[in-house]
Design a protein around this ligand. Structure first.
Ligand code: B4P
Length: 193
């Protein structure tokens, strides 16, 4: 059983690859972005908090995110691995994840970083914005999300590099080509277990 973090800037394909990985490796797909958007649709307490941050391209406060993940892990079957998509996004979240996994008798197998050029990220997100209806897929908010990624999320890479869990994956190309690269990493991680 493997537990995996899929990491990368906005538009790097975390959600796209996350769905495929979860299906092929039989993992629970936990996307904080999807959970927050569902909370907004359902107008829950978390949703009301999250909306004001997401609309501005800012990160939702760590406490809200960590509580959400902690509560969710309680409910997941112990015989299945988990794929974390869009989480952790700060070093505080990465530290909390390590604690939460330990409490639940799990450990992290690897962190996959999707590497994509910034110009391509903007192109992908603007294209999605034409049809997604997402309040954060517009030029102004995309620029803010990229700034926030560079200042608050990039340090998470060092956190996992130090722990020996970091794997870089080239995130340019077709969805299928990128998945093949991811599968090569995950197969070797599984084989080493
Ligand atoms: P997310 O939903 O995680 O949004 P994202 O970073 O933009 O990634 P997403 O998964 O949507 O896009 P993807 O790269 O798959 O978060 C949204 C907001 O929620 C954040 O800004 C923040 O405010 C908040 N939030 C979420 N998690 C949080 C946390 N842990 N802490 C604090 N706040 C949090 O793909 C983008 C597009 O590229 C898609 O349209 C896809 O079709 C396309 N694409 C994918 N692969 C492609 C390829 N190979 N070629 C061409 N296009 C491709």
């Amino acid at each position: 059983m493997i537990n995996v973090v899929i990491f990368g800037p906005p538009g790097s394909g975390k959600g796209t690859q996350g769905q495929i990985i979860a299906e092929k490796y039989n993992l629970e797909h936990v996307s904080t972005g999807d959970l927050l958007r569902a909370a907004i649709t359902n107008n829950t307490r978390e949703g009301v908090i999250a909306k004001s941050y997401i609309d501005k391209g800012e990160l939702v406060p760590d406490e809200t995110i960590i509580d959400m993940i902690d509560g969710l892990l309680e409910k997941l079957p112990m015989d299945r691995g988990v794929l974390f998509d869009g989480f952790p996004r700060t070093v505080a979240q990465a530290e909390a994840l390590a604690e939460i996994l330990k409490e639940h008798g799990r450990d992290l197998s690897t962190m996959l970083n999707l590497e994509v050029e910034e110009e391509e990220l903007i192109t992908r997100l603007l294209k999605r914005g034409e049809t997604s209806g997402r309040s954060d897929d517009n030029m102004e908010t995309i620029k803010k999300r990229l700034e926030v990624y560079n200042s608050q999320t990039l340090p998470v890479m060092d956190f996992y590099q130090t722990k020996g869990l970091y794997k870089a994956v080239a995130g340019m190309g077709t969805v299928e080509e990128i998945f093949e690269r991811i599968a090569a990493v995950l197969d070797s991680v599984e084989a080493a277990k």
